[in-house]
Design a protein around this ligand. Sequence first.
Ligand code: GDP
Ligand code: GDP
Ligand code: MG
Length: 358
Amino acid sequence: MVEAEQGVGEAQVVDGLGGDEAQSAVEQGLQPAAGSDGGPTDSSSPDTGSKEALSSGLEKTRTGLFSKLSRAVAGRSTVDAAVLDDLEEVLVSSDVGVDTTVEIIRRIEERVRKDKYMNTSELQGILREEIAALLEESEGNFERDGVEGLGAKPYVLMVVGVNGVGKTTTIGKLAAKLSRLGKKVYIGAADTFRAAAIDQLEVWAQRGDSAGSGDVVLVKQQMGSDPASVAFDTLKSAAANGADVVIIDTAGRLHNKVGLMNELTKIRNVMAKVVPDAPHEVMLVLDGSTGQNAFEQAAQFTAATSLAITKLDGTAKGGVVIGISHRFGVPVRWIGIGEGIDDLRPFDRTDFVNALFS
Ligand code: GDP
Ligand code: GDP
Ligand code: MG
């Protein structure tokens, strides 16, 4: 294994193969789409511009909800049993999930009972309040500071999820955020199943590296090598070089679920040999546009300690975030609203619900 030299403005690659692959990856068009990549400003800061980005990222879900809600209350002045029935249908068909919908309806019923009379024009505002309160209770006081205030050095984040959900992309976006905070980030290419996966991660590592003053270093081996071995190398290298954060990309093929879960367990065990309490976080990435499938995957990856829900742009199924956040005892930390480097946002319940019902 060759230790990379400190480079400026380029991701360093630690491997035994030399570093020409990155350039060829760019030439092969593997670099991520430009999307809304807006340069070095971090769109996760809570300014107006980023609220607008969230709002436009959730546009399809919002307009879908809004038109269904309008239909549910059309020609009716008070929230009665019939309106609540229709509301239930609206929420279920917006991928909020049955359990969560039942709970939301129960709360609104309670309010209607207390207030005796509720105008249908108030329904949208009340729905917003009740959903925000529900999510507040479900997620408690989970740390939601984004990437700041990580408790360990190196902080080891293992990223899991089925194929195509956006793991690698999310890692690239996270690396850029960390780099902007001046962090030294080691990324392990433990999805060794396809060569293209390693090349894609390398391109993202370089983008992340140039996004800020920190360093983003990719650790990789050849395609087909043992993912646990890559993870081991990455942690060794990270620990030896004083890295702040380690992010491990993993494969997500599902043709053999038991095999996949065993592989993930093996990666975990090997990492703990180098950093005893690693991984500090196992982040499950879910594709929000798959609606109910995302629920099922969340139920399968029981080892996950945090969630990222991607591809909320361009789908009307953004309601899944509400149900997933309510139903699983694991915090949603990030949401993806595009393919660009800045299209990852810390999940803020209030902002999210406001953006849906504005
Ligand atoms: P992986 O197999 O889980 O590593 O998934 P990738 O990171 O390779 O992503 C699969 C595809 O989803 C790529 O084309 C990404 O650009 C795309 N993608 C990832 N996140 C988002 C997102 O938030 N929005 C959109 N529109 N596309 C995304
Ligand atoms: P396996 O069941 O024999 O494949 O081994 P493990 O589950 O213990 O580890 C998986 C991979 O991690 C191995 O193939 C090694 O590449 C790497 N690894 C684990 N432990 C060590 C260690 O103590 N030293 C080194 N150099 N590599 C290790
Ligand atoms: Mg990948």
